[in-house]
Structure formats: C-alpha cells, structure tokens
Design a protein around this ligand. Structure first.
Ligand code: ZN
Ligand code: FE
Length: 240
C-alpha cells in the first residue's frame, strides 16, 4: 500500500509524495521546488528515498539536485531524456520497474509532450503519475512529439483501470473545464464535474487526483475518435 499526497510547487505545479506503508520509504515525483518539498519531508519524518522524474522540463526537475544532496534520495528518470535531466542514478523506459520500499511501480513510455516522457503506475491503490502527458480534462502541449504520438500515449493511459488516481503535473483543471465545455456544451456530466472542480478550487483545494474513469468519460482529448481529431482539438486549445 502507498499513500499519496500532492504538494503545490511554484505557481501551479504539483509534486507528488508517495509513502510505502510497509517500509516507510518515501518518494517524490517531479520536485520543482526543493524548499517546499524539503519542508514537507522534514515535517513528516525526514526521509526521502526516491525521486521520480517524468520529463526534462525545469518546472518538474529543478529541485532534484538539492533534494538528493539533502536526503540522499535515488534519482530515476526517462532514459530517452538522460542528457537533458539532472544526473540520474537509474535511467528507465517502457516496462521497467521502480521500487519504493515494498511497492513496485511500472514505467510507461508516453511520448508527445516531450521526447523521453515517462509515466509511473503503481497498483496499490492504482495511481498514475503522468507529468504533462495527461491533465484532468486536458492534456499536455505538443512540444516535441507528433499528434499521433501524444494521442497514442493518451489512449494507452485511458486503458488503465477506471479507479486509477490520475496524479498529473499541473493544476489546470478549471481552464481545461472551460475548454471542454465549449467542445461539448450539452454534456451534462461534464457540466456537473466542472461545477465540482470550481467549488474545490474556490475552497483552495486541489482538483486532482482525478479518476481515470472520469477522464475517459469527460476529457475531450481522450474522447477524440482518432489522431486527426485529436490534433485539431489540440490546436484549438492552443489558441483558446
Ligand atoms: Zn512539461
Ligand atoms: Fe510542466
């Protein structure tokens, strides 16, 4: 069993804290702000064993070196981005396993937003750490890959169990919801979900993690029927 907690970093980034209940091992995904993460770690036992990086953008990696130095954490990241990442202790790709105490996560290659973008999937409870590939009600921009690649990555993620917690890299849900409602103005379930998100944000609470089942039902980028429709949607969102 792992427990999961989001930690706001920078303006709207989330670092994700993972704690393996059996061993007490602690990991963090995409630590951009070393101070914010260190403060949390020090207030919760002072242990950081593992840093998981999803991709090379600084708003996901900038805290890595300082946290490794302070806590001795092992750093794991995508092999295909190794030259652009902080120094890794282990480079990983599709099908590899990452260990946090007794918990084991599986690595998925999810190119599109960046070349060498991975996601980490743990199954107790099912939780996906997907960086800037999939957001709640949205997806990452196409910076380096093709629309086909990002669409393929999203379709794969959509195949994970419906109850999977989607632990994404940014708090973009409210603006994603506005776009989604423009795409599907008559979708009542989407309207209801958008209201729920609005209330959470108004109360200062995170809108994530979401559930994969909700993303499959409501996220317009997962609902696109093919890569061409997806590409058109992505372009519309870029100009939204
Ligand atoms: Zn990014
Ligand atoms: Fe980002």
């Amino acid at each position: 069993m792992i427990t999961i907690q989001s930690l706001l970093n920078l303006k709207d980034n989330y670092a994700w804290l993972l704690r393996d209940q059996a061993s007490g091992a602690v990991g963090v995904v995409d630590p951009a702000d070393a101070c914010a993460v260190a403060k949390h770690i020090n207030a919760n036992g002072g242990r950081l064993d593992l840093i998981l990086l999803t991709h090379h953008h600084r708003d996901h990696t900038a805290g890595t070196d300082e946290l490794r130095e302070r806590f001795g954490a092992r750093v794991v990241g995508p092999r295909a981005a190794v030259a652009r990442l902080p120094v890794l202790d282990e480079a990983v790709g599709e099908g590899d396993a990452v260990r946090l105490g007794d918990a084991v996560g599986r690595v998925l290659d999810v190119p599109g937003h960046a070349i060498g973008h991975v996601a980490y999937y743990f199954d107790m409870p099912p939780a996906l750490f997907c960086g800037d590939t999939l957001f709640s009600l949205g997806c990452g921009r196409l910076f380096e890959g093709t629309a086909e690649e990002l669409y393929g990555s999203l379709r794969r993620l959509a195949g994970l169990p419906a109850e999977t917690l989607v632990c994404c890299g940014h708090e973009y849900t409210e603006s994603n919801a506005r776009f989604a409602r423009m795409v599907e103005p008559d979708n009542a379930a989407l309207a209801a979900y958008a209201e729920k998100v609005k209330a959470l944000r108004a109360a200062g609470k995170p809108s994530v993690p979401s559930r994969m089942g909700d993303e499959v039902a409501l996220n317009p980028f997962l609902r696109a029927p093919d890569a061409a429709a997806f590409a058109e949607l992505r372009t519309r969102k870029d100009n939204f």
